[in-house]
Design a protein around this ligand. Sequence first.
Ligand code: MV4
Length: 500
Amino acid sequence: MRKINKILVANRGEIALRVMRTAKEMGIKTVAVYSEADRNALHVRFADEAVCVGGPKSSESYLRGDVIIQVCKDLGVDAIHPGYGFLSENAGFAKAVEEAGIIFIGPSPAAIELMGSKLAAKAAVAKYNIPMVPGTEEAITDVEEAKQIAQQVGFPILIKASAGGGGKGMRVVEHVGLFEEQMQLAVSEATSAFGDGSVFIEKYIGSPRHIEIQVLGDTHGNIVHLFERECSIQRRHQKVIEEAPSAILTPALREEMGRNAVNVAKACDYVGAGTVEFLLDENMNFYFLEMNTRLQVEHPVTEQITGLDLVKEQILIAEGNALSFRQEDLEIYGHALELRVYAEDPANNFLPDIGKLETYRRPQGLGVRVDDGFEQGMEIPIYYDPMIAKLVTFGKDRQEAIDKMLRAIEEYQITGIETTLPFGAYVLQHEAFVSGDFDTKFIERHFSPEVLERKPDEGADEVAAALAAMLMNKQKPATADAVALASENSTSNWRRNRTR
Ligand code: MV4
């Protein structure tokens, strides 16, 4: 047991505020770190103390683990909360924090490292008989051998990078004739992106649903699950709408997936809050994919349906407390939805629409929660993820949560930039979403800009795709130069807003 008196939050935006709010409630002092682009940010004002750690680019500030650890030493910080993104799944950083005598609010460096390798993760969980997609258990190196395995598994197959995750470094191969070329591309891509060219094969599940289970483990060997979140509404591996519970899990399947998730956590001696990702196929078979060793963006929907504060649980666990509840004490209450509100124009290929929040009024009322990091008059910085807010609604059942979300979207007033709010309204009213009959191909199948009844700008598509790819990569900051260059060549709202 070691009481935490002061926490440094190594993050920015809504999640930094989210963590500090709970710390304050627990009587814990808070330290913010910030970049030169975030001098006026809300997390800086909210904290008891704040330290500028470097330039606007993440690599110069929020990713400077060494500088952040020095701030902890200077200010007598007991523990670091990494939030999500940035340093949250960096085993080397977690280790350096520990070695400096500071508590890392998260799992052990060993667990982070193990789950960071998809192949090592699969090998580690194998002894618990966790269902996995048919494929190779080891990295494939020999093309001919790999081809044979692919044929046994049956096409289409997926080639995945072991060091990848979250959809990075995946390639679908439709038939054997394309295999060799795709494998070579996958290996060289993985080598340059992750410094590790290990790839493996899985049977390709065509239209899966994405179901993930929240787990909590303490330092006394207790592990529980907090049920599932469904995150099937995604666009290019970026989640857009999440909910808890899933519209399609039966109590029996929930129990079975929960039990398997707990076993995955056991396999790596997991401590803290973690998420076990599964794919669910059209026959309701589930397969373990990977484990995320951080607090996730969408954790609020789990908080709403369980009544637990996940950050509080993380802190209590980090102090060495045993969990104060058992699996059988946990129950699902009602239904929660989360819509990620991005500064992106859905009518214009989701082009990041950075600029100033001329009007910014949050929706309110029973069952509405807004986790954000902005106020009216603020600029959305170009250096980081363009998420403005997470709009969360909670109702007695799914329909009530949907009704509240539609009302909240209507009440939300944002001008000066385009947002994904109208896109959210479209999805939430779509028959496939309302009935629960959807999967990860929803947007591909049911969305085109025309459905929002606005004409997309002409010629901006290629730039938009490049910009979106660049900006959506949360770990790697976009440079101001690149954004400026891209905007030169397009008639985007980003540009038009500048002259408004
Ligand atoms: C798959 C798959 C189909 N078959 N694996 C994407 C994110 C990463 N965690 C794994 N992903 C997938 N793995 C097999 N064997 C399809 C996806 C996938 C996906 C998964 C969850 C949510 C959205 C997705 C969108 C496209 C592909």
